[in-house]
Design a protein around this ligand. Structure first.
Ligand SMILES: NC(=O)c1ccc[n+]([C@@H]2O[C@H](COP(=O)([O-])OP(=O)(O)OC[C@H]3O[C@@H](n4cnc5c(N)ncnc54)[C@H](O)[C@@H]3O)[C@@H](O)[C@H]2O)c1
Ligand SMILES: [Zn+2]
Length: 715
């Protein structure tokens, strides 16, 4: 993230656009889903990059700039309620200098002389989620999360599971008629560790993949924001007060004074809270709190300073997403050294190979760490790590830490070699051109990917076997009855076993078998698509079959592409890039189908290069017999309509999705407006999806889209 700033406006605008989307995506994962994908340090780097670009190109600051936003939109499973007064974020400082600058800005804004004392309060910045507790006539009537700052989520029932020594249900006589207490709902470190252990044990017992929380903050947020408050009740949450929102009257004229009143009313306030006469005293509190950090029962990520005088707070007001009268002084990320004992490879649901560092256990910021992700081969190369190296680990608010530095320069030992084969199934693992991620090509036989592949095979756009849902697939997979698509057509052999099982009736069993039998002569394009070969979406499958007619002919094509690739050698003086281009051109020519490029060709060749895949394919063609492919098209549901794609599509690229839509006579737009007819939302769709919901535009998921396409093509 330290790369130079772009020099042209066009490049800057493009990067700002990318950052806005990327940051919105991570905000959603973090604030709405409580399941971040990247570390806070990486996230903060994106935010800083955005800020640097905005400073350099002030005219390009977007209306939806991340620097103007707080949190993320409220989740749909909770009731949305507007805040009487917005809930803000905090500006960050990272050094003593930043704190002095902050006080300097306060002085200048208030036109105070350099020797006017500016008293501050200092207190820990608790790593939880903000919550606003509203009391009317001295009774607790509503609790809201911060949401996007303007609109929060109603979590009243959930908050009532927090003991009243943390959240008093009433205020004493004399308190104003309306009073909103704001503070942090958090989970103690020990409770967090116990919760994750419990989630793991429960998932194991149920044969599922555990959904654990990355850190106590996510655990607190995920636990509080439950639809069912009974779930929240099983999660030990706590509360600390640190401010207020709408109030009938402010009980004091300083921050410290009001906080003292809150304590009198029975609200817990951090024990380390202190009023400081000047910056030096505030920085001393910072150091004292930092020294105690590992011993505190809860996670903190810094110290918050606030201007003590409330009349000054009032005059200072806020700018953008944060008040001018407060600053969060963040702690540096916690680091430790340890030995990288081994690099293991984990295979994800979609075949991605992720290297994981197994470490000699070490304590970083009070948490024992024994694993760290290495992301991909590039990251390993960047760090230059080998098994046995000493490394520096960093934990920045996350339980999954990162390796930030390699301390060993031992060139004698062998460098780590990224595997060329999948550790789960032995199939070849390849990186596509221009991609760092390496994927297992054994999709259909790879245990790590099996369930996902089978689910795709029976999905609506492919074989469309509705009665074979994910739960049933999982059951049959666990029983060892199915491992590859052909097995689905042999399930009937287990009729008696099924009848003997609890919850299965003859009628539903026979209905399932009838639905499967109805697919013995599937459309060839749907079948090809259902195999889940990368880049082979339904339109590509159809385009290929228009020319090649049968599946065996497609298999021959794939082998021919493989042979062609193997035989092409660099010409004299030809570099890799040129050879690549020449091979790609030749592959596309060999395929000879408009709109079907080299990427499809390589994917087909890789698939058939894997003997396991060929076996699965042959086996499947013994069970099913697709009739000769005939082209026939109907007027599509989307012809003449405006379609917007958003989020990550799993089975096809954006380009392919766009080509599909266009081939059906639709027009593809980049943003959602009142004119949009349909939004196709992939995984982690963000603001566009929200906008579609706001405008009442129809939304389908990726599978729904595949079904529309399949139907239009009369497959
Ligand atoms: N990893 C990711 O993908 C990802 C995504 C989004 C945000 N984040 C992380 O979330 C943070 C940004 O979130 P944010 O906007 O909530 O800012 P923030 O959490 O850094 O600061 C604002 C919040 O601090 C809280 N707070 C705690 N103690 C307080 C006190 N004593 N006084 C006042 N407020 C106090 C309040 O709830 C307030 O809303 C960053 O640390 C960022 O790294 C990470
Ligand atoms: Zn595999």
């Amino acid at each position: 993230m330290t790369s130079a700033l772009p020099t042209t406006e066009a490049a800057a605008a493009e990067e700002l656009d990318r950052l806005a989307r990327e940051i919105a995506h991570h905000n959603r994962l973090y604030h709405t889903d409580d399941a971040p994908e990247i570390s806070d340090a990486d996230y903060d780097a994106l935010v800083r990059r955005n800020a640097a670009l905005e400073a350099a190109f002030p005219d390009l600051v977007r209306a939806d700039s991340p620097s103007r936003q707080v949190g993320a939109a409220p989740a749909s499973h909770l009731t949305k309620v507007a805040h009487a007064r917005p809930m803000m974020s905090l500006d960050n400082g990272f050094s003593d200098e930043d704190v002095r600058d902050f006080v300097g800005r306060v002085r200048r804004f208030l036109k105070l002389s350099d020797d006017t004392p500016v008293a501050l309060t200092a207190e820990p910045k608790i790593d939880g989620l903000s919550c606003s507790l509203r009391y009317e006539d001295r009774r607790l009537v509503r609790a809201l999360t911060r949401g996007d700052g303007a609109v929060g989520e109603d979590v009243t029932a959930n908050v009532l599971t927090i003991p009243d020594y943390d959240i008093p249900r009433t205020l004493p006589a004399g308190a104003p008629d309306v009073f909103e207490v704001r503070g942090e709902v958090y989970m103690e470190k020990a409770a967090f560790a116990a919760l994750n252990a419990r989630l793991l044990a429960e998932a194991d017992a149920a044969g599922k993949v555990a959904r654990q929380f990355a850190n106590p903050r996510n655990a607190a947020a995920g636990s509080l924001r439950q639809k069912d408050a009974a779930v929240t009740a099983g999660r030990p949450l706590r509360f600390l007060a640190h401010g207020w929102g709408e109030v009938g009257a402010v009980p004091g004229d300083t921050q410290a004074g009001v906080v003292a009143t809150l304590t009198d009313w029975g609200f817990p306030v951090a024990a380390e809270f202190q009023r400081c006469d000047d910056v030096a005293a505030a920085l001393a509190v910072y150091r004292a709190i930092e020294a105690k950090r590992a011993d505190l029962a809860f996670d903190i990520d810094g110290v918050v300073y606030k201007v003590d005088r409330l009349d000054w707070q009032e005059r200072l007001g806020s700018i953008g997403r944060a008040p001018r009268w407060a600053l969060a002084h963040k702690f540096p990320a916690e680091r430790a050294q340890t030995t990288l004992e081994r690099i293991d490879i984990q295979v994800g649901r979609t075949g991605k190979l992720t290297p994981v560092a197994r470490l000699e256990p070490v304590t970083v910021g009070g948490v024992v760490v024994s694993n760290a992700t290495l992301h991909n081969a590039d990251e390993i190369a960047r760090l230059g790590v080998r098994e046995g190296d000493r490394v520096v680990l960093q934990r920045a608010g996350d339980v999954i830490p990162q390796i930030v530095e390699n301390l060993t320069r031992d060139e004698a030992r062998e460098p780590y070699v990224f595997p060329t084969h999948c550790p789960e199934c032995g199939s070849e693992a390849v990186a596509e051109e221009g991609e760092v991620d390496v994927r297992c090509t054994g999709g259909l036989i790879c245990p790590a990917q099996r369930l996902e592949r089978l689910r795709h095979f029976v999905s609506r756009g492919a074989l469309d076997i509705d009665s074979l849902g994910i739960e049933r697939l999982k059951l049959f997979l666990d029983l060892g009855w199915i491992a590859e698509p052909a097995d689905i057509f042999r399930l009937h052999a287990h009729r008696d076993d099924l009848l003997a099982m609890k919850g299965w009736k003859a009628t539903s069993i026979d209905a399932l078998f009838a639905a499967i039998e109805a697919r013995r002569a599937p459309d060839a394009a749907r079948l090809l698509f259902g195999l889940g070969i990368r880049h082979v979406g339904i339109v590509t499958a159809r385009d290929l079959l228009k020319r090649y007619e049968t599946l065996p002919a497609i298999a021959n094509l794939a082998r021919a592409i493989g042979d062609l690739r193997d035989t092409m050698q660099p010409a004299l003086g030809e570099d890799d890039a040129k050879l690549h281009n020449r091979v790609n051109k030749a592959v596309a020519e060999l395929i000879g189908v408009e709109n079907v490029g080299a990427a499809v060709g390589h994917a087909l060749a890789d698939f058939f290069h894997e003997p396991h895949n060929v076996a699965v394919w042959d086996d499947l063609l013994r069970e099913v017999a697709p009739p000769p492919f005939v082209v026939e098209s109907r007027a599509s549901q989307v012809s003449g309509k405006i379609v917007v794609f958003t989020g990550t599509l799993e089975t096809m690229s954006r380009d392919e999705a766009k080509a599909q839509a266009e081939s059906l006579g639709a027009r593809v737009a980049g943003s959602v407006s009142a004119k949009t007819d349909l939004v196709v939302a992939g995984a982690s769709a963000g603001s566009k999806l929200k906008k579609a919901a706001d405008l009442g535009v129809a939304v389908v998921d990726e599978e729904g889209w595949a079904a529309i396409v399949a139907e239009a093509l009369a497959l």
